[in-house]
Design a protein around this ligand. Sequence first.
Ligand code: FAD
Length: 173
Amino acid sequence: PVEQRDESPEQTPPAPLPKGMVIGPDGKPCRSCSSGAAFKSWSATMKGSPVPPKSQATLVPASDCPPDVEELGRSSWTLLHSITATYPVQPTPQLQNETKSFISIFAKLYPCWHCASDFQAWMKEDGNAPRVSNRDEFGRWMCEAHNAVNVKLGKKEFDCGKWEERWRTGWKD
Ligand code: FAD
């Protein structure tokens, strides 16, 4: 009798993902959702090359690579706070509606899926819906939104009384 053998190749368990590495909804590693350091470490493991020791690693990421979660975040906050800084002191009702739509669509399209989902959830909480009836209100709301992420990431909260100095007028000496 012919011996029945299982011809399927031995399954090697996948390497554990480094901390800060996030998988996207498509099941693939998500660069814009992961920290740069985690992505780099994961890529090196996948290529079979050892992760360079910290002292030899390039600490400044190449500027022409797709953004990781930190770079995307910094650029996005720069855009968002700058929009509040140039927002009218007395916006028309139409602009206020357009601004609310912009924030809602932004929160849906934000490339880091878990950031987008948490941002949407935060805006649904009591008192967190976008406040856009004038520049100061919108600037403070954006600052609070940013602080919610700062808290989530264990970072220091920013003093929202200073949002305008940081993003519009520059620091008072
Ligand atoms: P950033 O937090 O990017 O801040 C840039 C500069 O803004 C700071 O240097 C400071 O001068 C100023 N600033 C800081 N706080 C405030 C504030 N409250 N108001 C006004 N100005 C301020 N990253 C994750 O890892 N997980 C997430 O879930 C996540 N969610 C995000 C959701 C959104 C909508 C956005 C836009 C970004 C998110 N990020 C997330 C990215 C994260 O917020 C940071 O941008 C990233 O970690 C880089 O941080 P950073 O310390 O360089 O400075």
